[in-house]
Ligand binder design. Sequence first.
Ligand code: 1CP
Length: 355
Amino acid sequence: MAVDVAGSNEASGPEESAFVRACRRLPVPHTPVWYMRQAGRSLPEYLRVREGVPMLEACARPDMIVEITLQPVRRYGVDAAIFFSDIVVPLRAIGVDLDIKPGVGPVIADPIRDKAAVERLRRLTPDDVPFTTEAIQGLVGELGSTPLIGFAGAPFTLASYLIEGGPSKNHDHTKAMMYGEPELWAELMDRLADMTIDYLKVQIEAGASAIQLFDSWVGAVGPQDYRESVLPHSRKIFDAIESLGVPRIHFGVGTGELLGLMGEAGADVVGVDWRVPLDEAVHRVEPGKALQGNLDPAILFAPWEVVEQRARDVLARGRTAEGHIFNLGHGVLPSTDPDVLARLTDLVHEVSAKG
Ligand code: 1CP
């Protein structure tokens, strides 16, 4: 029998959950809340499970994916689970030689900077990621009415890792290709879009209730370059999965000037980092979209009174949106106290239920 780890009503499924309803801009009993990077950060139960297991191996083991994905749902009672994986997993599945180095992040053995390397990027089939299908099917059974969010990296953010060879501050090589070799850039972005469509379809067909496209580093480009060199490729992804009917969330960091365009790319929900208040973001995003965010993750290190006051402020501003999913403005920082996240989750539920 399915164990509903969130303890919510088993008679209704994820489609009736506060999270999916808020994504669809429908009335909700309380503001739904989940946290980017809620799985696999500071939780002691996560560190225990991961002991001695490299990140990419953990991402390919359905038993580990299921357990790590469920951990924050059990501990915090968040309104959605996010699939434990990483944005580089599908790249590795299509043959890119890469690793995730502890304390660093993704590292690519041979950075992709010429046509031959771009042309080696191929489409993804379900047989490339059998562990994804198996883990998601298992999770959907365990989660009961709690929705599962699938995800992928957006083409710009994936391109940045592939071209730079690893994490980058200024994205110099990436921009050199975008500005200097527009045809090669377009070919790379198009291939990444196709692979991402294939990968998101696998997740949705296995049972994911929503998807989030992480364009974490796209705040590095201005609106005109975004419109010309990035948006068409992200739009291709959102368009291709529209008919599958699950809410689509589009998130980036430092994207205050891009929020409208990120909505235009085809998202149902636009993620907002902590730099733009939600009641201002409402004016930057066209009508017909919900918003997600946007407490500064670093606020969680301040005394509880400050956290509470700022969280209440986010909720109040979020009420001006057509739908609001409470989240942090970016991922949970590694040294965050899990008890603060537990308290914050309860606060969001209590305050928003009172209206
Ligand atoms: O959100 C969750 O709880 C699910 C787990 C998850 C997600 C959604 C992980 C696990 N990675 C991601 C996505 C991801 N990966 C993004 C987009 C989200 C974001 O902006 O935070 C990005 C940019 C990455 C790339 C990446 N992978 C980094 C960042 C490096 C940089 O450029 O600064 C890092 C450190 C990783 C490794 C990673 N991914 C996930 C975990 C738990 C870890 C640490 C693994 C370890 O070292 O053991």
